[in-house]
Design a protein around this ligand. Structure first.
Ligand code: SF4
Length: 370
């Protein structure tokens, strides 16, 4: 396939692996903050190929996984109201809140509908003026422009029955929190290519200055991932800390100006709870007052109430890179994609699901369980 095969060629991967091995004189710890990259690293065995030289740990990069319990609880409360249809991407339905999931709420009579885009929810509101249609707006900078566009469209159509439960998050403040934490072992970051396609990478310059840590904008194919790792370890070996774009075919320094403009118009920055991290200062966005009529929290009076994570599931430790999923005692036994105990095993982009799918321990765990 054109434009993909080039980034999967074994000979290119071997060359990059050799370069990384020749560059590294001591073990380095790098973190990616993107579920797609986590899956790529495991799927292509990059983590094991570099064992002993580069330790790859996984940050809170899955948008479904970082949506906090309390936001799921809010969505469940809304779907149980008599006149409300809660709409959401399919992945969100199985994610547990503190009182079960949206899927369970639907089985229990709640009105939940899967949509494939926020504009589908707007169209649903247009066709059903007698019902309140609420869209569950989650995700990073990659999905924020689409939900902002949905708000614009709803305003243009003059819809009175469309609103959004907003739980959008911003990656950079979470990286700052991780880099500043006392027990962090991260020495360099692979920045998520798709987030940077929207946000650009100028925004990382201050971070790099402050934490003296390289940030390398990286794509998703094996050649992209190895290229990002190579750039990162080269800088670390030289004692440098710079922002470098290794995903030039998609990312430019200032980002996507149109997407950023619509985000800026519809949203303002706020503190927001992340699953696994707690409340991250400036870690999310909320609707501006000028769009308050589309804010489901206002409309239905369902404020966010902070809830403690249950301690059985170690998603907090997984999402902050403190442990690998295989170090959780429930991995592959009590907790599997068919019977997930936590969000990182539910979501297709979750780190626990990635390890279950690709790691050798999965085979052990599966055969142990059978
Ligand atoms: S393996 Fe399951 S229980 Fe353990 S951290 Fe992952 S999601 Fe939670």
């Amino acid at each position: 396939m054109k434009y993909v095969d080039e980034y999967r060629r074994p000979e290119h991967c071997e060359r990059l692996l050799d370069e990384i091995r020749q560059t590294v004189t001591q073990p380095w710890t790098l973190m990616e903050v993107c579920g797609g990259q986590t899956h790529g690293l495991l799927r292509y065995g990059i983590d094991t190929a570099l064992e002993g030289q580069v330790r790859l740990i996984h940050g809170p990069g899955c948008p479904v996984c970082v949506t906090p319990l309390e936001a799921i609880d809010q969505a469940i409360d809304l779907c149980r109201r008599p006149n409300v249809t809660m709409t959401s991407f399919g992945d969100m339905l199985r994610v547990p809140g503190s009182r079960g999931s949206l899927l369970e709420a639907r089985a229990d009579g709640g009105n939940v509908q899967i949509v494939y885009s926020p504009l589908d929810a707007v169209r649903l509101a247009e066709r059903n003026p007698e019902r309140e249609i609420v869209f569950f707006a989650v995700g990073f900078e990659t999905t924020t422009p689409a939900t902002a566009l949905a708000v614009h469209q709803a305003a243009k159509l003059g819809l009175k029955n469309f609103s959004m439960l907003v739980s959008h998050v911003r990656v950079l403040p979470a990286m700052e929190m991780l880099a500043a934490s006392d027990d962090s072992s991260v020495e360099g970051f692979l920045a998520a290519g798709h987030v940077c396609t929207v946000a650009g990478f100028d925004c990382y310059r201050e971070f790099v200055e402050r934490f003296r840590m390289p940030v390398v904008v990286t794509g998703f194919e094996p050649v992209d991932l190895l290229g990002g790792i190579l750039e990162c370890v080269r800088q670390l070996e030289r004692g440098e800390a710079r922002v470098v774009n290794c995903y030039g075919r998609s990312v430019v320094a200032p980002g996507n100006r149109e997407a950023l403009a619509i985000i800026e118009d519809v949203y303002e920055i706020c503190d927001r709870p992340w699953r696994g991290l707690g409340v991250v200062p400036k870690g999310g966005v909320r609707l501006r007052d000028s769009f308050a009529q589309f804010d489901a929290e206002n409309r239905f009076g369902t404020p966010l109430t902070i809830i403690e994570e249950p301690c059985e599931c170690r998603s907090g430790d997984v999402l902050t890179g403190r442990i690998r999923p295989t170090e959780c005692e429930h991995f592959g036994t009590r907790c599997t994609p068919d019977a997930p105990m936590g969000a990182p095993m539910v979501s297709a982009e979750g780190a626990c699901a990635a390890y279950y799918r690709y790691s050798p321990r999965r085979t052990n765990a599966t055969s142990n369980a059978s």
